[in-house]
Design a protein around this ligand. Structure first.
Ligand code: HEM
Length: 415
């Protein structure tokens, strides 16, 4: 691939499992801070692709703000105000919002879900594996994280399919298989005030508000109760918009990402049976292996920041107001940090991946939960099978934001 062929704004380039990585390779080698035109879709953005530079941007919230939005869309101040979640908030206000739920996501707090998770994983796997040949995404990885979230939000298990569907429609806003209104289509303009410009966001808001209404003033310990009855911000309870956007963020952030991490890990283990064997024979390797799974999967390709002042990086003049995109996935293949970065190595030492960001106040709130879910999934799966192979071509989500797998047909041999 040549530098001229790189186009990170083109979602079609993300449909196969290879092109994005080749584009990142060229950028890291030849143009680590690179201007990307967006044509009619936006004003363009700077791509930052080396590990050290991504961390430098992620750390420096004063120079690279989140308040102008963290996806590629350009939103005006009014839209930002009604669409903003903690992810799009800086400074003390961000700290207050984050603290409302921080304690629910510590490694200690999420360890309390281990027994529930093992039971859920065992049930999910036993039902799927009994089929012999099945779609790993639909039968295993899609249901699993959302059931955990359903428990944390205390919503009925019957609603989980609905939550999956909303997540697909919202995060899949660039994929014709998922989106009811495709981003960049003329119709999507009508939904500018909604997160991801997706009408499904309205349905999530309604659902969340209904839950909030029932929990307000109660003594529940679920996440919704914590949000509506938790610490007020400057003496004022969470506003309606704050609640809506927080609730939606939880539904999509804790759902799609972990699902894709599990699917990519499965594919990684299928492509590297020696690594699967190694783990199967020594499950004590699992904590380190999970870090490799996360590096390998890189389910979030990027987040965006906006420069608050003129700043120079690698000789490029980034102007105040320019969009700056941190390509976490590229950082996770940076040969300056990872020895033989395209090798899937469950014993990789010093795995400094940036799958959850690094050094930012926005560092993934759900990282301990995601780590636990992934560990338990593969601790339960590997001893149950002696072999697993592809039974068809995997299909990927059309998106330069989420590195997702839609279908992963597999055939298993039980142990
Ligand atoms: C933030 C990735 C799972 C909730 C983030 C960020 C990334 C990320 C890259 C932004 C970090 C930054 O800007 O430096 C992932 C990945 C996951 C995952 C790859 C799975 C493998 C989860 C789960 C939850 C969650 C299970 C739980 C509900 C959040 C929230 C934020 C966030 C609420 C915003 C934090 C803030 O703005 O302070 N995540 N995440 N994530 N994540 Fe995750």
């Amino acid at each position: 691939m040549r530098l001229d062929d790189v186009d990170l704004a083109d979602n079609d380039r993300f449909l196969d499992g290879d092109t994005p990585w080749r584009m990142f390779d060229v950028l890291r080698a030849e143009a680590p801070v690179h201007w990307q035109d967006e044509g009619e879709y936006g004003s363009g953005f700077w791509s930052v692709t080396r590990h050290a530079d991504i961390v430098a941007v992620d750390r420096d919230a004063a120079t690279f703000t989140s308040s102008k939005f963290t996806n590629l869309e350009e939103v005006d101040e009014r839209q930002a105000t009604i669409r903003r979640s903690l992810l799009e908030t800086d400074g003390p206000r961000h700290g207050v919002l984050r603290r409302i739920l921080q304690r629910e996501f510590t490694p200690r707090a999420v360890a309390g879900y281990e027994v529930f998770l093992r039971g859920l994983t065992a049930r999910t796997l036993d039902a799927a594996l009994a089929k012999g040949t099945f779609d790993f995404v639909k039968e295993v990885s899609a249901d699993f994280p959302i059931n955990v979230l359903a428990k944390m939000l205390d919503v009925p298990e019957d609603d989980t399919q609905q939550l999956i569907d909303w997540g697909n429609r919202i995060i899949g806003n660039t994929d014709p298989d998922y989106a009811d209104v495709l981003l960049h289509s003329e119709e999507s303009e009508k939904y500018r005030d909604l997160p991801f410009r997706s009408p499904a966001s309205l349905e999530v808001f309604e659902y969340g508000r209904e839950l909030a209404g029932r929990r307000r003033g109660g003594d529940g310990t679920d996440l919704v109760s914590r949000l509506v009855n938790g610490t007020p911000i400057d003496g004022v309870p969470l506003s309606g918009h704050d609640f809506d956007n927080y609730f939606l963020l939880l539904v999509v952030a804790g759902n799609e990402t972990t699902r894709h991490a599990i699917s990519h890990t499965m594919l990684g283990l299928i492509d590297n049976p020696d690594q699967a064997d190694r783990l199967r024979h020594d499950l004590s390797l699992m904590p380190g292996a999970v870090e490799e799974f996360l590096r390998w999967a890189s389910p979030v390709y990027h987040f965006r920041r906006t420069a608050t002042r003129d700043v120079e990086m690698h000789g490029q003049k980034i102007a105040e107001g320019d969009k700056v995109v941190m390509w976490f996935a590229s950082g996770n293949r940076d040969e300056r940090v990872f020895d033989d970065p395209y090798r899937f190595d469950v014993t990789r030492p010093d795995n400094d991946h940036i799958t959850f960001g690094k050094g930012s106040p926005h560092f993934c709130l759900g990282n301990a939960l995601a780590r636990l879910e992934i560990r338990i999934m593969f601790e339960e799966l590997l001893p149950r099978i002696s072999d697993i192979r592809l039974a068809g071509e995997p299909r990927r989500v059309r998106s330069n934001f989420v590195n997702g797998i839609k279908d992963l047909p597999v055939t298993v041999t039980l142990a």
